[in-house]
Design a binder for this molecule. Structure first.
Ligand code: KG4
Ligand code: ZN
Length: 360
């Protein structure tokens, strides 16, 4: 019974999306942020409440999955109330529920997905499944309503690194991906070995500003002629450098290590992203994922893109790292394309990859 009602309502939303206002309540719980947002027409944020567990996981040097699940469970009802209050809407005003079902931590995803199912069932409204990685990409549609395909997108987060040619709202070509670590993962690991707290990205970013780029870690990237990435070699070279310096009893400049590591990591990314734009004759480039918050990347790539006459898009800081508003934006794309309606049998997909999405 629920499934039929939800399907009819979803079809109606798909048919009428350009003629009426649609309110989506979206849920994100894939890692260490419990977030719920209310979006009007997938682009206007009425509320975007983010309850971060960073301080809880900091003392362990990274996210502890079981602790993350428990804290999602404790936070989610309060986050929902706050999201509704800030948006000044009632649950009965909502047209559809959207939820991240992968990629991410299994137990953490299960909390969001179970909560979303219960809401959709109780309210008798459609449940839309959202791929977290595509959610990051769609954060740009909120802040840049002029962004239209085709464009190149660099997905740079703690779990993923990829270059895509976006052809349409639901079609893309995967040009390259990381062969080992994600770029954010490399930031986090380098920070850890330098004794800096989790998450490493923002701290390495800040420290790099105070340092000199005077250490060469990897002379030539092995993948320089492809659109694939490798960050594990660079990360290992940084770790080896630190160990060697310690063995010799020499002082390490944390600032210089951060500046030099960041330069090499970002060079790999920026060169390939610009090369992809040129190869496919595309003059738009977007950044998506936590690492797009990086201040050096935002300023340096802006300069280079201006020289190359490429328009660069990146989300405001709050939409770079994990948040539910981006999940709502991507769910709205699904309403436009009429895809990704889910039943109550929706399961989580912890190890989801971009090549497994229906956007190929
Ligand atoms: O997208 P995100 O919030 O979670 C995943 O989906 O992975 O990305 C988190 C990653 C972490 O690795 C974090 O260190 C990195 O984004 N990050 C940064 C910065 N802010 C967050 N990396 C470099 N510079 C930053 N300013
Ligand atoms: Zn993320």
């Amino acid at each position: 019974m629920y499934e039929k009602v939800a399907k009819d309502k979803f079809n109606k939303l798909h048919e009428e999306y350009d003629r009426r206002d649609i309110l989506i309540l979206s849920i994100e719980s894939s890692c260490d942020e419990t977030s719920i947002a209310v979006l009007k027409n997938g682009r206007e944020i009425l509320s975007n409440v983010i309850s971060s567990q960073i301080d809880i996981h900091k003392k362990f040097g990274g996210v502890v999955p079981e602790i993350a699940s428990r804290n999602h469970l404790m936070a989610i009802s309060g986050v929902l109330q706050e999201a509704l209050t800030l948006a000044k809407v009632k649950l009965t005003d909502i047209d559809a529920i959207a939820v991240t079902y992968g990629a991410g931590l299994l137990g953490a995803l299960l909390v969001g997905v179970s909560f979303a199912k219960a809401l959709a069932y109780a309210l008798e409204i459609p449940l839309i499944r959202v791929n977290h990685i595509l959610g990051h990409m769609s954060a740009n549609y909120i802040s840049h309503t002029d962004l239209k395909s085709p464009y190149i997108c660099a997905i740079i987060s703690g779990g993923h690194t990829a270059l895509l040619k976006v052809k349409d709202l639901d079609r893309f070509e995967l040009l390259g991906t990381t062969t080992d670590d994600a770029i954010g993962e490399a930031y986090d690991k380098v920070a850890k070995v330098l004794g800096l707290p989790y998450p490493g990205g923002p701290i390495v970013d800040a420290n790099a500003k105070l340092g000199e780029r005077n250490i060469i870690f990897v002379k030539k990237s092995a993948l320089r002629n492809s659109f694939n990435f490798s960050f594990s070699g660079l990360k290992t070279a940084v770790i080896n450098y630190i160990h060697k310096m310690k063995q010799k009893g020499q002082e390490i400049s944390v600032y210089d290590v951060c500046a030099s590591f960041q330069y090499e990591a970002m060079e790999e990314l920026m060169t390939k992203a610009i090369r992809a734009c040129k190869k496919y004759n595309i003059d738009k480039l977007s950044l998506a994922g936590g690492v797009s918050a990086n201040s050096y990347l935002r300023s340096e790539l802006s300069k280079r893109c201006e020289q190359e006459k490429i328009k660069l898009y990146y989300p405001p800081l709050v939409l770079c790292t994990d948040n539910a508003a981006m999940i709502g934006a991507e769910a709205y794309n699904s309403i436009i394309t009429g895809k990704n309606l889910s039943g109550l049998d929706l399961s989580v997909d912890s190890g989801m990859h971009l090549k497994n999405t229906n956007r190929n």
